[in-house]
Design a protein around this ligand. Structure first.
Ligand code: A2P
Length: 340
C-alpha cells in the first residue's frame, strides 16, 4: 500500500529535509504534495528529475491526502492540523501547538512508537532538544530508572529556520570583510557569540524551550514525576544541537553498562573514546540519523548520577527524521486512518 503525502512548510529548512528523507527512506508514497504560504505558492522545487509546484496550504489542500507532515510554525499548525484531521488526513506536527494535548500522542518512535495507535488525526513531533536528549537518556532510564536531570543545551541556528541559518552565514561573511552585521533573526548577533535564550521567557525565569524539555520528556517517557532543570542556549553552529546532561537515577549506575546500553539502542551511536579525542561533535553528527552519545562518566555531584554529552542533527532527529519515523510507525502499525 502507498500513501498520498503532503509537506506543509515544504520551502523551509525542515521541509526541504523532509522531501529528501521521504525518498531516501523509500517511504511508500503514491504522491507527494508540497504546501507553503502564498509567498511561495507557484514556485517550483526540483529534486533530480522530479519537480513540484508549491501549492497554497489551505483546508481543501488536505482533501486528497492521507498523511501531512507540518513544519510551518505553531499558528499554521493550530489552524490547519484540525482541518487535515477532519478530512481523514493524519497530521504529523513539528510545532509545539498540540504536544501537551492529552488527546495527541507525542512520539519518539525508538521510545513510544505504540503511542501512535488510536490517534485522533494529529500526532506531535517533540521539541528538537528534547528528542536529541532522550536518545541518551532513554536507554539509561531503562537500565537505571531516571529520577531527575540537569541539562544545558548548545542549540544550532537551524532550530530557528532557514532564514536564521542564512543570517549566521551572512554574519560570518560580514565579520571576515570587516562590515557591519545584520541581526534580525535573534535578539543579538549569533556569530562569535551565544545567547542563553531560546523561545520566550516565562514568569518563573525559565524559557518556553526549557519548559518543553521537562514537560515533553515526562510525556514521552511516561514519567509524570520526572524533575528537570535546563538552560537552553543558542550557539553559532549551523544544524546540530548538543546537550550536556547530568542525570540522577533510582538505582546504582555503572559506566560500562551505560555504554553498552547506548551501543545497543537504535537511536544512538556511542562515541566515547576520550583518550583518542573521540566524542560527539555537531560537525560530525550533522546529516546523521543517530545521535552521538559520549563523555559518559560518574557524576561527581549527584547520587547514582551519570554525566553525558549528546549531539544530534536538529533538522533530522530534532524534526524531519523523527516526523518521517512517526509516519513509518503509522504505516507499520496499520494506523494511518483517522479514527475520532
Ligand atoms: P513560505 O516559503 O511560504 O514562507 P523555516 O522554518 O525554515 O523558516 O520555514 C518555514 C516554513 O513554513 C516555510 O516553508 C514557509 O513557507 C512555511 N510557512 C510559514 N507561514 C506559513 C503559512 N501561514 N502557511 C503555510 N506555510 C507557511
Amino acid at each position: 500500500m502507498s500513501y498520498r503525502v503532503g509537506i506543509v512548510g515544504a520551502t523551509g529548512a525542515v521541509g526541504q529535509e523532509l522531501i529528501d528523507l521521504l525518498y531516501a527512506r523509500n517511504f511508500p508514497m503514491e504522491s507527494l504534495t508540497l504546501l507553503a504560504s502564498s509567498r511561495s505558492a507557484g514556485k517550483t522545487i526540483t529534486r533530480g528529475d522530479k519537480s513540484w509546484t508549491v501549492e497554497l496550504a489551505c483546508p481543501e489542500a488536505f482533501d486528497n491526502l492521507d498523511i501531512a507532515i507540518f513544519s510551518a510554525g505553531g499558528s499554521t499548525s493550530t489552524d490547519l492540523c484540525p482541518e487535515a484531521a477532519k478530512r481523514n488526513c493524519v497530521a504529523v506536527d513539528n510545532s509545539s501547538a498540540f504536544r501537551m494535548d492529552p488527546n495527541v500522542p507525542l512520539v519518539v518512535p525508538e521510545i513510544n512508537a505504540e503511542a501512535v495507535r488510536g490517534h485522533q488525526g494529529i500526532i506531535a513531533n517533540p521539541n528538537c532538544s528534547t528528542a536529541v536528549a532522550l536518545m541518551g537518556l532513554w536507554p539509561l532510564h531503562e537500565l537505571f530508572g531516571l529520577k531527575r536531570f540537569f541539562a544545558s543545551t548548545y542549540q544550532a541556528a537551524s532550530g530557528a529556520g532557514a532564514a536564521a541559518m542564512a543570517e549566521l552565514e551572512d554574519q560570518v561573511r560580514s565579520w571576515v570583510k570587516g562590515e557591519p552585521m545584520k541581526a534580525e533573526q535573534f535578539p543579538h548577533q549569533l556569530a562569535f557569540n551565544l545567547l542563553p535564550h531560546v523561545d520566550k521567557f516565562f514568569e518563573d525565569g525559565y524559557t518556553k524551550e526549557e519548559h518543553k524539555m521537562l514537560n515533553e520528556s515526562r510525556k514521552i517517557m511516561n514519567l509524570p514525576e520526572l524533575r528537570a532543570s535546563t538552560t537552553c542556549v543558542r550557539v553559532p553552529v549551523l544544524r546540530a544541537h548538543s546537550i550536556a546532561i547530568n542525570a540522577e537515577f533510582e538505582r546504582p549506575v555503572d559506566v560500562v553498562k551505560a555504554r553498552e546500553a547506548i551501543s545497543g539502542f537504535a537511536g544512538a551511536d556511542l562515541c566515547d573514546e576520550p583518550a583518542e579525542n573521540r566524542y560527539p561533535m555537531p560537525i560530525d553528527f550533522s546529516g546523521k540519523e543517530k545521535c552521538g552519545v559520549g563523555r559518559i562518566r560518574i557524576d561527581s555531584a549527584l547520587d547514582n548520577g551519570l554525566a553525558l554529552w549528546v549531539v544530534g542533527d536538529q533538522l533530522w532527529k530534532g524534526a524531519a527524521l523523527n516526523a518521517v519515523q512517526i509516519a513509518e510507525a503509522l504505516v507499520k502499525l496499520d494506523a494511518v486512518a483517522v479514527s475520532v
